[in-house]
Design a protein around this ligand. Sequence first.
Ligand SMILES: Nc1ncnc2c1ncn2[C@@H]1O[C@H](COP(=O)(O)OP(=O)(O)OP(=O)(O)O)[C@@H](O)[C@H]1O
Ligand SMILES: [Mg+2]
Length: 278
Amino acid sequence: MSSDTTSTTEPNPALRDGPKVPPEQSVLGCKDVTKTFGAVTAVDDVSVGIDEGEWISIVGPNGAGKTTLLNILNGFYDPDPGGQVYLNGEDVTSLKSFKRARRGLGRTFQGLELFESEDVLENVMTVRAVKDHPNLLEALAFYGPGRKTEAQNMQRVEEVLDYLELWEYRHSEIAGLPLGIRRRVDLARSLVLEPDVLLLDEAMSGLTFDEKYDMIRFITDLHEQENLTLVMIEHDLEVVTDVSDRMLVLQKGGIIARGPPGDVVEDPEVRRVYTGVD
Ligand SMILES: Nc1ncnc2c1ncn2[C@@H]1O[C@H](COP(=O)(O)OP(=O)(O)OP(=O)(O)O)[C@@H](O)[C@H]1O
Ligand SMILES: [Mg+2]
C-alpha cells in the first residue's frame, strides 16, 4: 500500500530524500560518487547507505549507470576523486576488489564471466581458491596440485553446489548448459567466498519463467536463512516489488527516487522515466 499523501500526478517528495542510513555507518554504501568515462557521466553524485540484512533493488533504463555503480561499490572501478565507498562502516575507496571480496562483498555478473570450456566444479573451485590466493594466476596454479588437499574448500564448494541444486551438473562443461544453470553457477561462484553482502547484476535476465522462479527461491532463502544483505539490479518491477525492502531508481547516472518499492513504482516521475507510462 502506498504512503503517498501527495497528488498522484506530482512526484512524491518522500522518495527524494538522501540515504536512509548514513553511508559511513552502513554495511555497504557510497558518498558523493561520480564516474565519468570521457564525455559520459555514467554515475552522477550518488550517495547510498544499506543496512545489514536489507534487500535493495536498483532499477532504471538501459545505460542508467546501474552496473557502473555496482562496479564502484565492489572496487572494479575507482570513483572520480571526491567519492567514497564504505564497507562495514570503513572507508574502502582505495581497497582493491579482491580485498573487498575477502571482507565479505560478493557479486554476480550481468554478462556471466564463466570459464566456458571448464566444468561447473572447476569454475566454482577456482574462485574458492582465490579466497586464499587472491591473484588469479596463483589461484589457478594452486588449484592444480593443491586440489586434493583442500578439503575445506571442497566442503564449502560441495555445500554451495548442493544448495543451488547444481551437484548433478558438476562435471558438465559450462558452454553446453542452459542459461538458468549458468546463472546459478555464477551465483555459486559468489557464494563460495561466503559473502555477507551480495551484489546481483540482473541475475534473472534472459531466464524462463521457471528458471526465474528457481533463482528467486534460492536468493530469498539465502536472504532469510543467512541474513545476507542484497543489492539487486533487476528490470522486472513485479519481482522487485515482491522481494525487496527498498528500491532505488537511477536515471542518467543519478538517483531520481528511492524508498519502499510499492511507493516508488506508483510515483509518476518514476513511471514516466522508467516505464514510459504516465
Ligand atoms: N568501461 C566503460 N567505458 C566507457 N563507457 C562506459 C563504461 N562502462 C559503462 N559505460 C557507459 O556508462 C553508461 C552507464 O552504463 P552502465 O553499464 O552502468 O548502465 P546500466 O544501467 O547497467 O545499463 P544496462 O541496463 O544496459 O545494463 C553508459 O552510457 C555506458 O555506455
Ligand atoms: Mg548493466
